[in-house]
Design a protein around this ligand. Structure first.
Ligand code: 6GU
Length: 248
C-alpha cells in the first residue's frame, strides 16, 4: 500500500504516520507514504495556493491549479486510475467496511483541504471519493486523512503482528468488542470476572459473545440491525432487552 497525501502541512502527516504501528509497517516495507506539499505546485511567484471566493463570502478557497498539477504528478507514478480521496464533512461517513474496501487498493491519494474548502472543479476533475470522519467540522483534512490511513493500514495484511487481532474486535460483524483484562487479578478491590480465570474455554467464549451483544445493545443499539446473530445470540438479546426494560 502506497499512500500519497496532498497537504499544505506535510509535517503533520509525517509525524503522525511514522509513529507506532503505521511506522513499524513502513519500516517493514508493507506500507509507504509520501506527503506532497501542494505549495510546491503553485505557479505564481508568491506561492499562493488560495484566493477569494467568486461571489463573495467569508474565507479563502484553495485553487484548482496547484492541486490538479500535484494530482497529475502523483498519478504519473501511481497510475492514472488511482483513487483520489477528498476529506470533507460533505463526504460519505467513514466506517470499518470502507476501511476494508480501501485496504484492497495498492495506491491511494488523499487530498486535505483547508480554509473554506477547495474549488469545486477539483472535485469534478480529480476526486473519486469524498469521505467525512463524522458530523463535526475540523480546521483541515489532515487529521481526517490520518484517521482513514490508520484504519485502512491495520486492514492491510501483515501490518498487525497478530493477524487474529483484526478479527475479534469492535465492528467486526457490527458488534462491539468484549471487555479485556490483564494482571493483576484484583486491583484496589476491582476484580477480574471469575469466568476468565476458570480456564473453561467454551464458557469464556460464550461469556465474551454475550458481553459483545450486551455492550452493543447498551452503547450502539443502531449497530444491532446489521449484526449477524445466531439463534442463541438472539435469545440472549431478547432476555437482556427484557431485563434492561424492567430496570427503567
Ligand atoms: Cl474529512 N474534514 C474536515 N475539514 N472536517 C471534517 C471532516 C473532514 N470530517 C469531519 N469533519
Amino acid at each position: 500500500m502506497n499512500y500519497h497525501v496532498l497537504t499544505l502541512f506535510p509535517e503533520m502527516i509525517e509525524n503522525c504516520i511514522e509513529t507506532s504501528i503505521t511506522g513499524r509497517a513502513i519500516n517493514k516495507g508493507i506500507i509507504s507514504f509520501e506527503a506532497v506539499n501542494i505549495r510546491d505546485y503553485a505557479t505564481n511567484r508568491h506561492k499562493h495556493v488560495d484566493d477569494y471566493p467568486y461571489g463573495g463570502g467569508a474565507g479563502m478557497v484553495m485553487q484548482v491549479e496547484p492541486i490538479h498539477l500535484a494530482c497529475n504528478a502523483i498519478k504519473e507514478k501511481a497510475g492514472a486510475n488511482t483513487r483520489v480521496i477528498y476529506l470533507t464533512p460533505q463526504g460519505r461517513v467513514f466506517n470499518q467496511s470502507i476501511a476494508k474496501e480501501l485496504a484492497k487498493e495498492e495506491e491511494l491519494i488523499f487530498l486535505c483541504g483547508h480554509y473554506e474548502g477547495v474549488d469545486e472543479r477539483v472535485i469534478e476533475m480529480d476526486v473519486t471519493d469524498c469521505i467525512s470522519i463524522g458530523d463535526y467540522v475540523l480546521t483541515g483534512g489532515e487529521l481526517a486523512a490520518m484517521v482513514v490511513i490508520d484504519a485502512v493500514s491495520r486492514m492491510v495484511p501483515g501490518v498487525l503482528s497478530n493477524e487474529d487481532s483484526g478479527v475479534n474486535e469492535s465492528f467486526e460483524n457490527n458488534l462491539l468488542e468484549y471487555p479485556q483484562y490483564t494482571r493483576p487479578e484484583i486491583y484496589e478491590g476491582y476484580k477480574v470476572p471469575d469466568i476468565l480465570l476458570s480456564g473453561h474455554h467454551a464458557n469464556i467464549e460464550k461469556w465474551r459473545r454475550e458481553q459483545s451483544i450486551y455492550r452493543t445493545l447498551k452503547y450502539r443499539p443502531d449497530l444491532l440491525d446489521e449484526a449477524v446473530l445466531d439463534k442463541k445470540d438472539k435469545k440472549y438479546l431478547e432476555n437482556i432487552k427484557i431485563s434492561l426494560h424492567s430496570q427503567d
